[in-house]
Ligand binder design. Structure first.
Ligand code: PLP
Length: 426
């Protein structure tokens, strides 16, 4: 399997190159040159999640040197349960929040960390990542103690929640957390700047772990494939998914799994008040804008980067509109849905997951699996006042909260960051 850029299909890359580069040199995103159709006979209901995933991903690792490591990568990355929970007669919830930092981002981050660690055996890689919350903790946790890597996490000082900050600053060893005097945009700008500087490129061998990396997207296909296969076997019909969406990464992975032929009836998206996708579906015009702040803040995206990957999958607008539907959900509706689901099913859901449950109300009576993207305890400050109840804290979160934390403060200046990195890593 070779990989191409969304903007130019002439040049081909290996999987290792695509993971290492993150972004193609023409500014496009990497995609597989084709989506192999599955042979259902290769899969069976007895397979463990790890075996199933290895069978699926094998196609995408063919001809790459990482191929020999795929079994080990799957075993180490998919080390937590992926349960589907019954909600009522035609709705189930796919719970993607059982990983070490309690959001679906653990799947992509852990898988990518395994890949990067193997790729970097000859030369250590430095991952630099800017975060406004979930990504930083998932990446820090995933790369922690991976001996061929070191990680710098930039977060805007005082602008992320206390729990989020703890999850980024509790690691030590090869993880350097930096509280930047500035905004999230400053943090992102510093990362981009570092990628253009000699010292960072050559001495530090800088690499990115952000959500556009193909090494984060491929593993996300596995839970749609596995869950739809299990559902089909038990119910003898394909199921639909409703996916809470921001940068469209998770949703793109779902469409890729469907494209391969896994038994998925349809895929529907839910967004918060950032309406760029619903507006596109209504008007046929894609108009990126600055993002609005909402209760579902991990989905506050005004210019979803994976849109480019989806349009490659459905190049004709008519086909795009036929295959994709989306509902935009306001903060009031998110709050109301959290209350409704709690009262009706005694289930506490996070604000992101709430957008999908809200969208379900406008869907057909067919069977649906609503995707849960984060554990509610990460958003206790929003949810507890609404439902007036304390949210239980899962054990892995409690363990992180009990750890000691340490971070360094820096100005929004790359020279400052270089200085601290020299002290910390050399
Ligand atoms: C990142 C994130 C999303 C959005 O996922 P995309 O792949 O960017 O569409 C949704 N919910 C939670 C909790 C997230 O952390």
């Amino acid at each position: 399997m070779q990989y191409i850029s969304t903007r130019n299909s002439n040049k081909r890359y290996t999987l290792t190159e695509a993971i290492q580069q993150g972004l193609a040199s023409d500014g496009g995103l990497f995609i597989p040159e084709s989506f192999p159709k599955i042979d259902l006979a290769d899969y069976n209901i007895e397979m463990s999640y790890i075996e199933f995933s290895e069978m699926l991903l094998k196609q995408y690792f063919k001809e790459d040197k990482l191929n020999f490591k795929l079994k080990e990568i799957c075993k180490n990355a998919f080390c937590f349960p992926v349960p589907t929970v019954k909600i009522n007669h035609n709705v189930e919830m796919l719970d993607l929040c059982k990983g070490p930092t309690l959001s679906f981002k653990d799947f992509g981050a852990k898988f990518l960390a395994e890949c990067v660690n193997h790729i970097s055996t000859n030369k250590k890689s430095t991952i630099m990542v800017a975060t406004s919350g979930d990504t930083g903790s998932a990446v820090a946790s995933a790369f922690y103690k991976k001996e061929n890597t070191q990680v710098i996490v930039l977060f805007p000082k005082g602008k992320i929640s206390k729990k989020q900050e703890k999850q980024i600053t509790c690691w030590g060893k090869n993880i350097l957390p930096l509280a930047v005097h500035g905004t999230f945009d400053d943090c992102q700008r510093l990362v981009k700047q570092a990628f253009q500087e000699n010292w960072w490129q050559h001495t530090m061998n800088i690499s990115s772990a952000n959500s556009i990396n193909i090494g984060r997207l491929l593993p996300q296909m596995t839970y749609y494939a596995y869950t739809s296969f299990q559902y089909y076997f038990k119910n003898n019909k394909p199921v639909g998914f409703i996916v809470p969406t921001g940068n469209l990464g998770n949703a793109t992975a779902a469409f890729w799994a469907k494209e391969m032929g896994f038994p998925i009836r349809e895929i529907s998206l839910s967004t918060n008040a950032n309406r760029v996708i619903s507006d596109y579906l209504d008007s046929g015009i894609f108009s990126p804008r600055t993002s609005l702040t909402t209760l579902a803040n991990a989905m506050d995206v005004g210019n979803p980067s994976n849109f480019e990957r989806l349009t490659k999958l459905f190049p004709e607008k008519e086909n795009f509109l036929k295959n994709i539907s989306a509902i935009s959900v306001s903060d009031d509706q998110i709050e109301q849905t959290i209350i409704n689901i709690y009262n009706k099913y005694d289930k506490i859901i996070c604000p992101h997951t709430a957008t999908a449950f809200f969208a379900k109300e406008y869907k057909s009576d067919d069977s649906w699996i609503v995707v849960s993207t984060a554990d509610p305890c990460k958003f206790d400050d929003i949810i507890e006042p609404i439902i007036r109840k304390k949210i239980p804290i899962p054990q892995q979160m409690q363990e992180l909260l009990n750890k000691e934390t340490k971070n360094w403060e820096v100005q929004a200046d790359l020279k400052d960051i270089e200085e601290i990195s020299r002290q910390y890593f050399f």
